[in-house]
Design a protein around this ligand. Structure first.
Ligand code: K7E
Ligand code: CUA
Ligand code: CA
Length: 600
């Protein structure tokens, strides 16, 4: 705690020095204490959201190793929702039962956990349209799509020919592709790479499925992605141009690169048939195309973040092992003789620069992992070579990885808040287990200097965040299904049908405070399919269907229909009950599945 206060502008230190000093100074102490109190009160006012009011922004955060997406309100820092993606969640009936679609999707694509890093949002005309969110699973080479109309994961795909899906970005301005790369070089089958057996690709995904339309072979690995604002370029940082497999090999060179893929040239190569089909995907080898597809701009050293400015002018590589950010003029990329000539500036910003974000007023904010700081610097000044480009620095608690200013990935950043996603919190919270909680900090960036407002812990571990204005998101969220699903059960249609000697189908409605059937009878060994419709028309009136001893829970929003299939392999009486507290008679909202034993 002492260390924390000590770093925060030195209040604790100056206070104790002053107290030890002569009584003449007691007036100054008092004045400082009053000032400090006023500052705390002002900070509190800025982040406090009155009861019943909305936060201005909804932040979608990577849930890290939890395999989910966390939705926080800003500026309050309240956790509003967690959306399960790569992990089961019983409350929503997500992937927790073998017969369900969400379960089958996870099973088909890999594991029941994930390592999420980068949430990204769909764009129309360069701004968020509130339709979809994608997130990578670095551990199992997957990409998932969440439908924001229901805050539900609706699609997950494996990306062939790569390992370690890491960087991911929407191709602006209209979400023509999702680009995702492989951070780890590995074998690509069918001899595409011989004699150099290891490789990686940048995959261009169909946004909806999200499966690859084509892939581009990369020299070395790839790390973080972004796209130009006109949809022409896909960028990624490469930190292993050495093609090393050990850490020593990966840091041998002083320069790695930002790779720029000319998207129209890649599309033309596909059209001309300049590709090889590998594991069902068209793969372009940039060394073998008629028109140049790949441009490599040298960037020191093991760069990490790759960020395009909101005006689309520059792409920036944050140095990681170099204290610099390299600014590349996108318009020059295919006009200069050597890609190096497209570099517009290379300002020194501090130690361990990881990611850079923007306020839309010409300033960049770079996270400094080693220095534990966010540094604000002026882009035009850095490009012009004006030595006064550093505007401000703020201390972070501690070791910031990602940082994002609100709406900085769009063409219109709002420029008011910045979130710092930190890897360590040290002694800021109780030691709540073998590891301390990770930490995130909210910074006011509306003025010339930055102002740290608040800190709130996060699940391990916060990687990246994207934001939407609450007012933009609100009209997109569907809370009651208007169109009944084709298999919906209507009031009065609840029934059980035997569809085969060992197969039954149960159709049931759910409404306050009863299920359509108070009980149904099946035979031991029957394959049972239950189709359940929540026939409520009132917003937020959810019902659940949990079946004791069968490990089943289905959760249904108003108007939703869901189906589950299982084998009734245990004879006896099994209660099913509603899992959402829906009314005063919620506890009574239950029924029995009677399983007749084989010899009954
Ligand atoms: Cu920098 Cu996976 Cu975005 Cu984390 S990566 S910090
Ligand atoms: Cu329905 Cu509780
Ligand atoms: Ca390197």
């Amino acid at each position: 705690m002492t260390r924390f206060l000590g770093r925060r502008g030195g209040w604790a230190t100056s206070l104790s020095v002053l107290v030890a000093a002569t009584t003449l100074l007691s007036g100054a102490t008092l004045c400082m204490a009053t000032e400090q109190k006023a500052e705390i009160a002002a900070n509190a006012r800025q982040v406090y959201v009155p009861v019943g009011e909305w936060d201005k922004y909804y932040a979608f955060l990577s849930g890290g190793q939890s395999g989910s997406v966390l939705v926080y309100g800003l500026p309050s820092g309240r956790l509003i929702r967690s959306i399960p993606v790569y992990e089961p969640r019983a409350a929503y009936g997500y992937a927790n039962i073998p017969g369900s679609d969400s379960y089958k999707r996870l099973k088909r694509t890999g594991a029941f956990w994930g390592d999420t890093h980068h949430p990204i949002l769909s764009e129309t005309h360069g701004d968020y349209d509130g339709r979809w969110l994608w997130i990578n699973d670095k551990a199992n080479s997957r990409v998932a799509r969440i439908d924001l109309s229901h805050f539900e994961t609706v699609a997950i795909e494996n990306i062939p020919n790569l390992q370690g899906t890491h960087g991911i970005a929407v191709v602006s301005p209209d979400t023509s592709y999702i680009i995702v790369n492989g951070e780890f070089r590995a074998e690509i089958p069918e001899g595409l790479l011989k004699p150099d057996a290891y490789g990686s690709v940048m995959a261009f995904l169909d946004p909806e499925s999200p499966a690859p339309r084509f892939e581009v072979l990369m020299p070395g690995n790839a790390d973080i992605n972004d796209s130009s604002k006109d949809g022409r370029w896909a960028f990624t940082t490469i930190y292993n141009l050495e093609k090393g497999v050990t850490i020593e090999e990966m840091i041998r060179r002083d320069e790695d690169a930002i790779a720029a893929i000319n998207i129209p040239a890649a599309e033309a190569a596909i059209e001309r048939g300049e590709f090889q089909t590998v594991d069902g995907v068209k793969v372009i080898d940039p060394a073998k195309t008629t028109k140049q597809v790949l441009y490599l701009v040298p960037v020191p050293k093991n760069p990490h973040g790759c960020d395009v400015t909101p005006d689309g002018k520059y792409v920036m590589g944050s140095g990681k092992l170099s204290p610099t950010v390299t600014i590349i003029d996108i318009a020059k990329l295919d006009k200069v003789e050597h890609p190096r000539d497209a570099i517009a500036g290379q300002p020194e910003v501090g130690l361990g620069p990881l990611h850079t974000t923007f306020d839309g007023r010409g300033n960049a904010y770079t996270s400094l992992f080693v220095d534990s700081q966010i540094v604000k610097w002026n882009i035009a000044k850095a490009v012009a070579g004006d030595p006064t480009y550093i505007v401000d620095r703020v201390d972070i608690h501690y070791n910031v990885g990602h940082t994002q200013a609100v709406l900085a990935e769009t063409m219109h950043p709002s420029g008011d808040y910045l979130l710092s996603l930190n890897k360590l919190s040290k002694d800021m919270f109780l030691p709540v287990g073998p590891t301390m909680p990770e930490n995130q900090e909210l910074i006011d960036i509306s003025g010339k200097t930055m102002h740290l407002l608040s800190s709130f812990p996060a699940e391990p571990e916060p990687h990246d965040a994207v934001f939407m204005r609450a007012t933009d998101l609100a009209p997109k969220v569907v809370q009651v299904e208007k169109e009944p699903q084709p298999n919906a059960i209507k009031e009065g249609e609840s029934r059980i049908e035997r569809v085969g000697p060992h197969e039954v189908h149960v159709y049931m409605t759910a409404i306050r405070s009863k299920f359509g059937l108070p009980s149904f009878t099946v035979k031991e060994g029957d394959k049972v399919t239950i189709t359940l419709t929540n026939i409520e028309t009132l917003r937020d009136m959810s019902h659940g269907f949990a079946l004791d001893r069968y490990g089943i829970n289905i959760a249904l929003d108003p108007g939703q229909t869901k189906e589950i299939t299982f084998v009734a392999d245990k004879p006896g009486t099994f209660w099913y009950y509603c899992t959402w507290f829906c009314s005063a008679l919620h506890l009574e909202m239950r029924g029995r599945m009677l399983v007749e034993g084989e010899n009954a």
